[in-house]
Design a protein. Structure first.
Length: 257
């Protein structure tokens, strides 16, 4: 009965299932080129449109990548850049590297960022409540960046900072002129990081994120909504990380309260 039920599935789905098994077993290694559509059509007794649909299924699952004029290749898994719970630790201060650059260095990659914009804005109600600022005035500065590891865009980052903290500081400049970056400015303004709150979700990317992060079909994103909380229990920064899931991971090692 099970075999008969499977036989009634679309042929494209059955071809995709077989090729997936072969990829997972190592028969088609990471980076290997799959047989041509013509050869796959002959093997499975199918027309090329059906094979094309099967390959699209695998691409949507993130297992293969189609390269125009070259063929379809098994996706190579990238070394993960792990966003760690210790990324803001003072032990990295003497390195002179930001948390992101520290993570890149661990993977032997060179990190950099591109500033998309810095703007004073009026926050929505949720953000105003989170930062304990007014939603009636332009009470927040928004910084938007794309972060790169070597030549690969890996994060789309948006940071919101209360205007009362950012006003008159290097937080309004693309290159923050402080030895310890934006967190050094926060400390100079009397906000030492005592606790962080991270909310983590996974989803498919928006069209803009596909463009900014150069995402292939089938690659989801990890969204981390991070809040920095100071020694007085006050939030002073909210940052949203939109991370391509094929190059990023999360690593948390925290005490249980």
């Amino acid at each position: 009965m099970t075999d008969q039920a499977e036989d009634r599935r679309p042929l494209s789905r059955r071809i995709a299932d077989q090729l997936r098994k072969e990829i997972e077993s190592g028969q088609h290694a990471p980076g290997a080129k799959l047989p041509s559509q013509r050869k796959l059509a002959e093997r499975f007794g199918a027309v090329r449109n059906t094979v094309d649909e099967a390959l699209k299924i695998l691409a949507q699952e993130g297992l293969v990548v189609a390269e125009h004029g070259r063929g379809v290749f098994v996706r190579v898994k990238q070394p993960l850049i792990r966003l760690g719970s210790d990324r803001y630790s003072p032990k990295y201060r003497e390195s002179g590297l930001s948390p992101f650059l520290v993570e890149c260095a661990k993977q032997g990659k060179v990190g950099r960022f591109e500033v998309l914009g810095i703007e004073r804005i009026k926050p929505d109600n949720a953000l105003a409540d989170q930062l304990k600022v007014s939603d009636k005035t332009k009470s927040v500065v928004r910084r938007e960046n794309v972060f790169y590891a070597d030549t690969d865009p890996v994060y789309r980052v948006t940071t919101w900072i209360p205007w009362r903290i950012a006003q008159g500081t290097g937080l309004l400049q693309a290159e923050v002129p402080h030895q310890y970056g934006i967190h050094g400015v926060f400390e100079d303004k009397g906000h030492a990081m005592a606790r962080i709150s991270d909310e983590i979700t996974a989803r498919m990317p928006t069209p803009d994120e596909v463009g900014y992060l150069n995402l292939s079909p089938g690659v989801p994103v990890i969204e981390v909504m991070h809040t920095s909380i100071d020694q007085d229990g006050e939030p002073y920064e909210v940052t949203r990380f939109v991370m391509r899931a094929d190059m990023n991971g999360l690593s948390y090692n925290v005490p249980v309260e």
